[in-house]
Write a protein that binds this ligand. Structure first.
Ligand code: NDP
Length: 502
């Protein structure tokens, strides 16, 4: 069947006569200003780029479905979780963190794992990573931390001194550093990795009782990672390999799936727990809080247009629905502000109207008006203030979160009731890893830390030693450092160690 050819038009629908030859005065030119088609085409092209994300710039996305597998109504009143078998559409974006938009998918980096659930009570975003913990636990440190993972301000090169200087002066990072430098820091594809909320969140039920939860998305494709040499080879062979893999698998009908689990703690358990349950540098060991399966997520549809649907997708851990709320995790509290803020910078104040970000199963109704790119009817003629007596939308007290107690003086404070920073990194090394994992971890660290100054190598190796003596000794041997010196530094306080290696 022959299709009628679509007519080329300008941005306002008027037909274009010729898209190959500019209007010139005579055969040889010059080009005339009255070629308004040329002017429109060039000026739109000049504005094609939007700011790339300051973190998580390189990514891939897909649509799918989440299906509930267990009755969790005694923990949360979220409607999308209210019945076994209930299905909710999702959009998921995977990403690396530190690299620019054109960087390689196989870089050593945590991977972003962001899920938008289009629920009937509004969009709920779970904006996690493929690691269960994070490098820092106070948002005040985040811009500094990210600067150290980016480029040196003088050379514009990635800089092992910056990278390790900051981390060795921030020992709470050791747990995440140990995961990052294990082969889990170079997942084979986005399909072969887990996702974690990392943060603790609050779930509350219809009676107003609340619980603390962590999410785990376990890959049904199995964890598969690149060893360092394989990741390096892939960077040059196909810098977009994970983006390609996701889209090709979905095209082939191999729809990737994750089992969704939660760990749940009561407030009473949390108050007595041996770790601060809101410290994002810590996991809740499975033996203490066994994960339970609550659902399954399957990705089954590729986006049609990358820019419209993936580049313009915008997630925020502040997008909650009734039944789910924030915890006091300080990193999370910083993120509650920062995500919407960065999207307003990157996409504009009306980014919530972009179809991938707009609610699909609920209706947006409020008194926010105007601003750049207000592309819906902007509330039409309805009242733009509240309260009003003209039938405008009214708040629903049933959507309120149960109140919680806070105590103490307002001040800049460290986390209290900390078990030390090293115990869980040590457990990872000793308990969770195989001999091969440990060997790769040490070699991966040596390969990267070897590029930093010797005093920084010593300071960081002392931190590995504090997590586990063998771990520290292995790194010291690989870097040809004096093991006695490492041991001496490890016995110091962090302040003494910083002075001794200044
Ligand atoms: P468990 O033995 O119950 O759990 C160990 C978990 O470690 C595994 O279930 C797996 O998590 C994960 N794991 C296995 N190999 C590696 C690896 N090479 N790199 C990173 N993670 C790996 O012990 P605990 O719960 O006491 O945890 C021990 C350590 O395991 C923790 O300190 C933490 O570093 C790590 N871990 C713990 C998680 C948790 O939520 N408790 C989650 C992930 C890691 P998974 O099944 O999620 O793949």
């Amino acid at each position: 069947m022959t299709q009628e050819k679509k007519k080329l038009t300008n941005n306002f629908g008027a037909p274009i006569d010729d898209d190959q030859n500019s209007v010139t005065a005579g055969d040889a030119g010059p080009v005339l200003m009255q070629d308004v088609h040329l002017l429109e085409k060039l000026s739109h092209f000049d504005r094609e780029r939007i700011p790339e994300r300051v973190v998580h710039a390189k990514g891939a996305g897909a649509y799918g479905v989440f299906e509930v597998a267990a009755d969790v109504t005694k923990y949360t009143k979220a409607k999308f979780l209210s019945a076994v078998g209930k299905r909710t559409e999702v959009f998921v974006r995977f990403s690396t963190v530190g690299g620019e938009k054109g960087s390689a998918d196989a870089e050593r980096d945590p991977r972003g794992f962001a899920v938008k659930f289009y629920t009937e009570e509004g969009n709920y975003d779970m904006v996690g990573n493929n690691t269960p913990v994070f490098f820092i636990r106070d948002p005040l440190k985040f811009p500094d931390f990210i600067h150290t993972q980016k480029r040196n301000p003088a050379t514009n090169l990635k800089d092992p001194d910056m990278f390790w200087d900051f981390l060795s002066l921030t020992p709470e990072s050791i747990h995440q550093v140990s995961i990052l430098f294990s082969d889990r820091g170079t997942p084979k594809t986005y399909r072969n990795m887990n996702g974690y909320s990392s943060h603790t969140f609050k779930w509350y039920n219809a009676k107003g009782e609340y619980f603390w939860v962590k999410y785990h998305f376990k890959t049904e494709q199995g964890i598969q990672n690149f060893a360092a040499a394989e990741a390096d080879a892939m960077k040059s062979k196909d810098p977009d390999h994970a983006t390609r893999d996701l889209s090709d698998a979905i095209k082939r009908g191999e729809h990737p799936a994750w089992r969704v689990e939660v760990q749940i703690m009561t407030p009473e358990q949390a108050a007595k727990y041996r770790f601060n349950p809101f410290d994002v540098t810590k996991v809740w060991p499975h033996a203490d809080v066994p994960p339970i399966t609550i659902g399954r997520m399957v990705l089954n549809r590729n986006p049609e247009n990358y820019f419209a649907e993936v580049e313009q997708s915008a997630f925020s851990p502040a997008n909650f629905v009734p039944g789910i709320a924030a915890s006091p995790d300080k990193m999370l509290q910083g993120r509650l502000f920062s995500y919407h803020d960065t999207h307003r910078h990157r996409l504009g104040p009306n980014y919530h109207l972009i179809p991938v970000n707009a609610p699909k199963a609920a209706v947006m109704n409020n008194y926010q008006r105007d601003g750049f790119m207000r592309v819906d009817n902007n509330g039409g003629g309805a009242p733009n203030y509240y309260p009003n007596s003209f039938g405008g939308p009214a708040p629903d007290p049933a959507a309120s979160e149960p109140p919680f107690d806070v105590t103490g003086k307002a001040a800049r404070r460290k986390y209290t009731h900390l078990n030390d920073d090293f115990v869980q990194a040590g457990d990872l090394y000793r308990k969770a890893m195989t001999d091969k994992d440990r060997d790769h971890l040490v070699n991966n660290v040596v390969g990267h830390l070897g590029g930093a100054q010797k005093r920084i190598q010593l300071r960081q190796t002392a931190i590995f030693y504090k997590a586990d003596k063998e771990y520290g000794r292995g790194v010291a041997r690989g870097l040809k450092l004096d093991e006695k010196e490492v041991e001496r530094l490890a016995a110091m306080t962090q302040e003494e160690r910083a002075r001794a290696t200044a």
